[in-house]
Design a protein around this ligand. Sequence first.
Ligand SMILES: [Zn+2]
Length: 319
Amino acid sequence: MRKYLLRVLPALLLLAALTACRRDMMAPTVTPTETAVTEPTEQPTEAPTEAPAESSTEPPTEAPTEPEWEPEYDGALGSAGSLRGTTLLISIFTNDAQTAWDDEADREEMLLTLNRMDTAAQWLTEQAAAYGSDASFLYDWTADPDLRYDASFSELLVREDGGMYEVQADYVRENIDTESLRQKYHADNVIYFFLFNTPYEHTPNPWSLGFSSSTDYDIEYVNLYIRFGDIFDAPPSTYAHEILHAFGAPDLYYESTVIPKEFVDYCSQTGCNDIMFTVNAGETIDSDFTPIDAYYVGIGARPAEADEWGLGPSEYDAN
Ligand SMILES: [Zn+2]
């Protein structure tokens, strides 16, 4: 499910298929929800004036440990389930055999990725709300440094195929304490963004891999090439598209096991503006989040259109 067949659509408005892949993201519309430490209303610094009948040598022992937080999502469909609840978008600034980040010289570019992630996250929160789903995202590594990592690989990772899936998934397993982060932020879903400081030339489109690509892929991640396809700077629309993959949305611009060719042709002929069919350039997101997308990310009923066109089941229906 990860192909990068780009259809050469008029490049005017659409960066057609800036993305080919699947899965995940989160932007915090609300600041990270660490449990607020409530201060006692009265400071019990003074000894009670009346001598208590019993000698109170021990301070009252309030349970100091919080009970373990139980996510609503059980992880059965990979690190990101449905588009609801709190999702962590983890930024991993990644050096590979051919590309690298300079923490100082590239600081602005790094912050730009965060800004675009923010735009995508807010947009997704709004789209989910229209389907009655409360979806928030946390990603601001400037405020919460444990949402950011720096990784270095000797392998070539800027590529069109998913042959390095395990190499990157192993990085996540070995270097990111996902369970602690889920507890700390009370997060349901986690999406990992490997961010690459790529040149425009010879860089494939961003893509992602996860549970909807293979049920063996429990770590759902995005390979986000910040420049690609000779002229494109990955816009917020691409971030949103990739995040939706993590939640189970398929690409609509090429035929796959769930999307028949007839539907792809129909989308092409009717100039479909579905974000899983096309993404737009620019700093705002002008593509549409459709009932088909809502169905595939687990927050909408299966639309009649899905039956009309013989679309495959969502991962929620299939598992
Ligand atoms: Zn895609």
